[in-house]
Design a protein around this ligand. Structure first.
Ligand SMILES: [Fe+2]
Ligand SMILES: [Fe+2]
Length: 193
C-alpha cells in the first residue's frame, strides 16, 4: 500500500524529479543534515554559509582537538551571548502581534539556539537550561528590532576579537563562520518590518 503510494507520487511528479537526485548535505559548523536536491544558500539550522555545507560522505566537523585557555574563555562568553539572544528572540516572537516579526524572531531564535548547542559541543558540556534574556522583550516591535540589531553588532565585534585571539585554526574558522552569520542578521534587522 505504502509502496504503491510512493510509486504514484513519483509518477505524478516525474518532471519535478527528473535530473534531480536526492543528496545528503551536512554542515561542518553545526553538524546538522539537510536532505534535498540541491545545496541551500546557507545551513537551514545554524545559518553557516554555503561553503560549510558538504556532501555527507565528505563531512567532518570543524572542531579543535584541545582548547587553549583563551578560546575556552571566549567560547564560554559566546555561549552566554547566544543563550541570551535565543531567549530574547523567543520572547519577541511570542510578544509581537505582527506575523512577519513573529516569523523573523522565531527563525533568529532557532539559529542562535543552534549556535549555543554547537558551542557546548566545542566545550564538551551539556547545554545549560536558562531563560536569561526572555523578559527583555518589550511591547514595541521597532524597539525590539533595534535592540536585536545592537545585539548582532555586539556579537560580530566579539567574534572578531575571539577569532583574533584563537590559536587553534578550527576555532578561528568557527568564530569566522559565526561572524558571517551574525552579519547576515545585522542586515536582516536593518531591513525593518
Ligand atoms: Fe549548520
Ligand atoms: Fe549566534
Amino acid at each position: 500500500m505504502i509502496e504503491n503510494l510512493a510509486k504514484e507520487e513519483f509518477e505524478a511528479r516525474k518532471d519535478y524529479y527528473r535530473g534531480c537526485d536526492m543528496e545528503v548535505y551536512r554542515c561542518r559548523i553545526c553538524g546538522e543534515v539537510y536532505i534535498g536536491t540541491e545545496k541551500p544558500g546557507s545551513c537551514p539550522f545554524c545559518g553557516a554559509h554555503k561553503n560549510y555545507l558538504v556532501v555527507a560522505n565528505e563531512w567532518n566537523m570543524i572542531k579543535a582537538t584541545s582548547l587553549s585557555d583563551v578560546s575556552r574563555k571566549n567560547l564560554q562568553k559566546a555561549l552566554e551571548l547566544e543563550i541570551d539572544n535565543t531567549n530574547f528572540y523567543r520572547g519577541v516572537s511570542q510578544k509581537t502581534e505582527n506575523i512577519y516579526v513573529e516569523g523573523m524572531f522565531k527563525g533568529l531564535s532557532k539559529v542562535e539556539r543552534e549556535h549555543a548547542s554547537t558551542i557546548c559541543k566545542h566545550l564538551g558540556i551539556t547545554k545549560p537550561e536558562s531563560d536569561v534574556g526572555f523578559d527583555k522583550a518589550v511591547e514595541s516591535d521597532e524597539e525590539n528590532i533595534s535592540e536585536s540589531n545592537r545585539r548582532e553588532k555586539r556579537a560580530v565585534r566579539f567574534y572578531l576579537e575571539a577569532r583574533n585571539e584563537a590559536t587553534e585554526s578550527e576555532i578561528k574558522e568557527f568564530f569566522k563562520a559565526l561572524m558571517e552569520i551574525e552579519s547576515d542578521h545585522i542586515r536582516l534587522t536593518e531591513q525593518g518590518i
